[in-house]
Design a protein around this ligand. Structure first.
Ligand code: GDP
Length: 182
């Protein structure tokens, strides 16, 4: 089955987003403690696809050894997992483009990994501020990329962005299964 993975810096709102997408709070616990997710967790959704929760990256307080271990775990999964269909990179919609996120995205591009961006916590500021930040982000990406990745704006608080993300996943799943039957 196809896998859709979610990644982002600790505290970006990944657990909350996963809860919103699955609507099953027992699948993923929210916590305000940064860096709680350590291992790679798979959740089967509607028996159709796997939601894969990757550990947060860039959490320096964990110490170098742990960071290296997590980095290697993420790289192994992203580079070698055949079922990995799209990697959703979460970024905080309140922040200007962060260097480590941009570097990670660049690395994805260099390795031909399919990805999309989710701008999180959109409710924390006005819509116009969110849109300005998103524009700035896309403009920064455009300096490096000819084509922009798919992107979504979400709020786990206001439950927005959910349908768009799930529709996208379903449409990719549909195109995958039509390829197989062709
Ligand atoms: P993770 O470390 O990336 O899994 O982040 P969490 O999902 O645990 O969220 C970190 C903090 O941000 C928690 O206090 C959440 O309640 C809060 N948070 C997450 N998503 C949203 C959101 O969409 N809106 C608001 N206002 N707060 C959020």
């Amino acid at each position: 089955l196809p896998e859709y993975a979610f990644i982002g810096r600790s505290n970006v709102g990944k657990s909350s987003l996963i809860n919103m997408l699955t609507q099953r709070s027992k699948l993923a616990m929210t916590s305000s403690t940064p860096g709680k997710t350590l291992l790679i967790n798979h959740f089967l959704v509607n028996k159709e696809w796997y939601l894969v929760d990757l550990p947060g990256y860039g959490y320096a307080q964990r110490g170098k050894k742990m960071m290296d271990k997590i980095k290697k775990m993420i790289e192994d999964y992203v580079l070698t997992r055949e079922q990995m269909t799209c990697l959703f990179v979460l970024v905080d919609s309140r922040l200007s483009p962060q260097n480590n996120d941009l570097k990670f995205i660049e690395w994805l591009g260099e390795n031909g990994i399919p990805f999309a961006i989710i701008f999180t916590k959109a409710d924390k500021q006005s819509t116009s501020k969110t849109n300005r930040n998103v524009e700035l982000y896309l403009k920064t990406l455009q300096e490096q990329w000819e084509e922009l990745p798919p992107y979504f704006i979400s709020s786990s608080e206001k439950k927005t962005g959910r349908d768009e993300i799930l529709n996208y996943i379903e449409s990719v799943n549909r195109s995958l299964s039509s390829q197989i039957s062709d």
